[in-house]
Design a binder for this molecule. Structure first.
Ligand code: MV4
Length: 462
């Protein structure tokens, strides 16, 4: 049983972890950079430690500082949240070596799934469908990429072997474009991940991004908690996520859920994880990657399954067995998450600053996860995600109505946010019908050349 847990994160997820600990009777140690002295997660934790200057590399990514904070304050465990060090195998290993239980999978599984070509290989061998793509360890040279492109047929997607979440991704429609974009994508991968290894995948058009939540205890029991449709993304930043996926039949859910569970089982995975699939227009589906952490959008799964995923992750890290089997998982209603970013929607740039007036919505089926408060200054140094609005209702249609009402009620003065964009999407007939794919948001914010070229510089980690 853990007595004290170090929360190795900031913002909404740090608060989410502190709340889970409080319910479990575990005391919490927050860490913060000098830019986060006034942050809500610091105020909410039982104890707090300053671990460095604003730059994430010197604070939230500083492994020695975080470990020494944990040891100095007598923590038994570390929860990494998402982003930052959450998918860093070295961090997970360093925690374990220091006697701090890492709340997440073993370092081995973080590293395995972080190597995307290797994950593809393992899944293919296990009978989990993958898209046609580069074989083996991936490619580093343009000529090898061109050979793969010719073999696969265009369009292809260039992806970073050490990537994930679409960072450094590029679509090539022909050989000439591949020749031009491959070195750019490889340069981005080198800058972001210190890796020149890339892989190609056949580009699946008009697909939906459907991911399955899995839970795996340390006694080899694995269940899935259904799916989330995360097709609504802008520059590979998710904007809206929902569960269930509006087009998934019970039969497809069972089929894809089994594949997700199998993906976890074949590698002996433990703790929470997400298996990402692309779902094509004719209901074929393909594994694209696995995320070895709790995700931003975990809340919609919590609402439809009445499960506290953060509490479950901590319990599983304590060695507890899952208290239920797959047949006991019940799905109820529809839940949708709207990510609120502190950003200038016109110029597509972060909009940090002083929050002069904050009034979050409330009421039945309305959940707000936020680190904002009146008088809080959103720092410039980190991810601009400042709140998640999660609605839940008996049907998707009722959830949409609840979301419209909640977003109209939401007041965040002093900074610019994407709330007006959410309200526009909520009146889009295709969105209302559930008829959308990964290309949906281009109609609101066309992927200009300048934007596409900027995606690389955009190194946010969620
Ligand atoms: C793809 C794809 C189509 N074909 N891979 C984006 C995030 C990362 N985890 C995987 N992603 C995708 N991979 C192949 N082979 C489509 C996406 C994708 C996407 C692409 C462009 C614009 C928005 C998107 C939203 C979700 C997924």
């Amino acid at each position: 049983m853990f007595k004290k847990l170090l929360v190795a994160n900031r913002g909404t997820i740090a608060i989410r972890i502190i709340r889970a600990c409080r319910e479990l009777g575990i005391s919490t140690v927050a860490i913060y950079s000098t830019a986060d002295k006034e942050a809500l997660h610091v105020r909410m934790a039982d104890e707090s430690v300053c671990i460095g200057p604003p730059a994430a590399e010197d604070s939230y990514l500083n492994i020695p500082s975080i470990l020494s904070a944990g040891l100095t304050y007598g923590a038994d465990a570390v929860h990494p949240g998402y982003g930052f060090l959450s998918e860093n195998g070295d961090f997970a290993e360093a925690c374990q070596r220091s006697g701090l239980q890492f709340v997440g999978p073993r370092a081995r599984h973080i590293r395995l799934m972080g190597d995307k070509p290797r994950a593809r290989r393992i899944m293919k061998r296990a009978g989990v469908p993958v898209l046609p793509g580069s074989e083996g360890k991936g490619v580093t040279e343009v000529r090898d990429a061109l050979a793969d492109g010719e073999r696969l047929g265009f369009p292809v997607l260039i992806k970073a072997a050490a990537g994930g979440g679409g960072k450094g991704m590029r679509i090539a429609h022909d050989a000439k474009e591949l020749e031009r974009l491959f070195p750019i994508a490889r340069g981005e991968s080198e800058a972001a991940f210190s890796s020149r290894t890339m892989y190609l995948e056949k580009y699946l058009e008009r697909a939906r991004h459907v991911e399955f939540q899995i839970l795996a205890d340390s006694h080899r029991s694995v269940v899935h908690l259904g799916e989330r449709d995360c097709s609504i993304q802008r520059r590979h930043q998710k904007v809206i996520e929902e569960s269930p996926c509006p087009v998934l039949t019970a039969r497809m859910r069972e089929k894809m859920g089994k594949a997700a569970v199998r993906a976890a089982e074949v590698v002996g995975y433990s703790n929470v994880g997400t298996v990402e699939f692309l779902l094509g227009p004719d209901n074929e589906f393909y594994f694209i990657e696995m995320n070895t952490r709790i995700q931003v959008e975990h809340g919609v799964t919590e609402m439809v399954t009445s499960t506290d995923l953060v509490k479950e992750s901590i319990r599983m890290a304590m060695g507890e067995a899952l208290g239920f089997k797959q047949r006991n998982v019940e799905f109820r209603g529809a839940s949708i998450e709207f990510r609120v970013y502190a950003e200038d929607p016109v110029r597509n740039i972060p909009s940090p600053g002083l929050v002069s007036n904050h009034h979050p919505p409330g009421g039945l089926g309305v959940r707000v996860e936020t680190a904002l408060y009146d008088g809080y200054r959103v720092p410039v140094h980190y991810d601009p995600l400042v709140a998640k609005l999660i609605v839940h209702a008996e049907t998707r249609e009722l959830a949409l109505a609840r979301a419209r009402a909640a977003l109209r009620e939401y007041v965040i003065d002093g900074i610019k946010t994407n709330i007006p964009l959410h309200l526009k999407i909520l009146h889009d007939p295709d969105f209302i019908r559930g008829d959308f794919s990964t290309s949906f948001l281009t109609r609101y914010q066309p992927e200009t050349h300048a934007n596409a070229e900027r995606t690389a510089a955009d190194s946010r980690a969620t």
